[in-house]
Ligand binder design. Structure first.
Ligand code: ZN
Length: 419
């Protein structure tokens, strides 16, 4: 294979990106100051309006796509409906021979009433702000790189869909079907989650599942008729002991009990307990093992007199291993970085994102193309200002090389669907 290089016109497009630095930064600051917590509907609407305005600079169609309703288990053990805000989709050249999907989320983990609402400059190269690294700055990087692609020579060879989702931080329950559809139709996926502060990207990713166990017993007076009560919390304690005992039994599989609801007054045998837990796994086959262990534990509870246990929820994102097709896409990122003097490294991650969903539907992808940053999901969240242009350069090269065919997206997709 001939050594990859940049043409003079590619070089001039890349150089031009410096001119956009201050506009990129001020837009990210504006976006960061707009709260868009996953459950803040009016905030999500306002955020989507700003994105819609900015992304309509691209050619093609921009539209809001309604998402199916979801379910959650309330504190009273009832299964309730959740309505999600629409996703924002942009569709450009759907007839082009190479089709890409670019994804990012516009929700954040920070509720409307949380104290962390505004970006603050910490030093010349650092901003501390909600949803900066994770991942409004990533959306800015994506857009800037696409604008570069649109100016470049071979843009007509590549078509793409952009998905901006409102529910990534709660496990993509509403947009998972859309992610699957986009993954299926696209040769390669690019997702704009943040890289670590030193630029390291996430390689293989674990899979994840969220479950709620609802246990119903029988209430009784704790003093007068303790014997006719059936204690739902005691049954939950047994279950929790069971899943804790599964930790360490299978390589890479973990169970985390995250939240418990139930019980009431001291003098009542509790009739309700709800346990919410997360599981992580390294391999797709682990999911069957986990499911059978959970089924056994629930069946054991249901053998108890007067106790009814019911599991709600399931696996939300299957694992994303470093399969040959994903390794190929990473190799392109490394090569693109090499052309720009950026040393690209990656390491396995226990975290999950939309890249897991894309891979599950046969779309090789790299999912940490956003800015460099850290301390995400906390009020210490920060991004590195210089990485806005740095990462826009990286994605611009990747997109231009996908358009020129030097990065063969169709071959990568073939590799993904073979295995
Ligand atoms: Zn996040």
């Amino acid at each position: 294979m001939p050594q990859l290089s940049l043409t003079s016109s590619e070089n001039s497009f890349i150089d031009k990106l410096d001119d956009y630095a201050s506009e990129m930064l001020s837009t990210v600051e504006t976006w960061s100051a707009q709260n868009s917590g996953s459950h803040n509907r009016s905030g999500l609407i306002a955020m989507r309006a700003m994105l819609s305005e900015r992304f309509s600079d691209l050619p093609g169609q921009i539209e809001e796509t309604a998402l199916p309703n979801g379910e959650f288990v309330s504190k009273t053990g009832d299964v309730e409906t959740i309505i999600y805000e629409p996703a924002l989709q942009v569709s450009v050249r759907p007839e082009a021979p190479v089709q890409l999907v670019l994804t990012g989320h516009y929700d954040t983990v920070f509720p409307e009433d949380f104290h962390f609402q505004n970006p603050v400059r910490v030093d010349e190269d650092t901003i501390n702000g909600p949803g900066t690294a994770d991942m409004k700055a990533g959306l800015m990087v994506m857009l800037t790189a696409l604008e570069t692609l649109e100016r470049s020579d071979n843009a007509s060879n590549v078509g793409y869909k952009i998905l901006m989702s409102p529910d990534e931080e709660i496990g993509s329950p509403g947009s998972s079907a859309l992610l699957a559809e986009l993954g299926k139709r696209s040769h390669v996926g690019l997702t704009y989650e943040p890289a670590l502060a030193d630029g390291s990207m996430a390689g293989a990713r674990k899979g994840s599942g969220n479950f709620s166990l609802i246990i119903k017993g029988r209430a009784a007076h704790a003093g007068r008729e303790h014997h006719i009560g059936r204690n739902a919390i005691a049954a939950m304690a047994e279950f929790i002991g069971g899943i804790e005992g599964l930790n360490g039994q299978r390589d890479g599989v973990t169970f985390n009990i995250a939240k418990i609801d139930g019980g009431g007054a001291y003098n009542i045998v509790p009739e309700l307990a709800i346990g919410r837990f997360n599981v992580r796994m390294k391999e797709t086959e682990d999911m069957d093992w986990i499911q059978s262990k959970l089924d056994d534990l629930v069946a054991k509870l249901n053998l108890k007199d007067g106790i009814h246990a019911h599991m709600h929820g399931g696996f939300t994102r299957p694992p994303k291993p470093m399969a040959p097709a994903n390794a190929k896409v990473f190799d392109w990122v490394k090569q693109a970085g090499g052309l720009l003097g950026q040393d690209i490294k990656w390491a396995p991650s226990g975290g999950v994102c939309e890249g897991n969903n894309l891979w599950a539907s046969g779309c090789p992808n790299v999912d940490t193309l956003g800015v460099r940053g850290g301390d995400i999901h906390s009020d210490r969240e920060f991004m590195k200002i210089s990485s806005l242009v740095e990462r826009a350069r990286l994605s611009s090269v990747i997109l231009m090389k996908l358009a020129s065919g030097e990065f063969d997206a169709i071959a990568a997709k073939k590799l993904a669907t073979q295995c």
